[in-house]
Design a protein around this ligand. Structure first.
Ligand SMILES: [Cu+2]
Length: 162
């Protein structure tokens, strides 16, 4: 009979479909399982990257100055820059070392902040008005060499009768 025959074929098609679906499900499950493993590894990597997201950049450049008071003024000026992490002015080398978050600021911004406080950097001249307002002992020589080797001990007023 044509009708039941068709019906039977239809059932077969359904059975086949079920088998196909089952196979697909199994393959998908295997696929998902392996994907999960990959995802796990990826998320681990992502976490590590996230902690490294803050990129700390280090820079060293010349800054003129005389004494411990200069050091304090220079370092305070650098610290006004948002994103600055560390600053240390080396009076013997006439050089400042900074580290900063490069997403927030630039070396130039730190140069400018220091220059604004009256101190020459190897890129910008110190603000004249600020320089004139510095204590006499801090009014450094504009011809002073910057980025020195640091072998010559600098004249720190703290060690002198001043
Ligand atoms: Cu000084």
């Amino acid at each position: 009979m044509n009708f039941s025959n068709t019906n039977h074929e239809h059932k077969n098609v359904i059975n086949m479909s079920k088998k196909v679906i089952l196979s697909i499900t199994i393959i998908a499950a295997i696929g998902l399982a392996s994907c999960k493993d990959v995802e796990k590894n990826e998320s681990t990597n992502t976490e590590q990257t996230t902690t490294k997201d803050i990129v700390i950049t280090k820079a060293t450049f010349g800054v003129r100055g005389n004494c411990g008071m200069c050091k304090s003024t220079i370092e305070k000026a650098a610290n006004t820059v948002d994103g600055l992490e560390t600053v240390a002015w080396d009076g013997a080398k006439k050089q400042v070392s900074v580290s900063f978050d490069s997403n927030k600021t630039t070396v130039d911004a730190i140069h400018k902040a220091i220059a604004n406080s009256g101190y020459d950097t190897d890129k910008f001249s110190g603000n004249v008005e600020s320089y004139n307002n510095l204590p006499g002992c801090c009014q450094y020589d504009h011809e002073m060499a910057m980025n020195q080797s640091g072998e010559v001990k600098y004249d720190n007023h703290l060690n002198n009768d001043h």
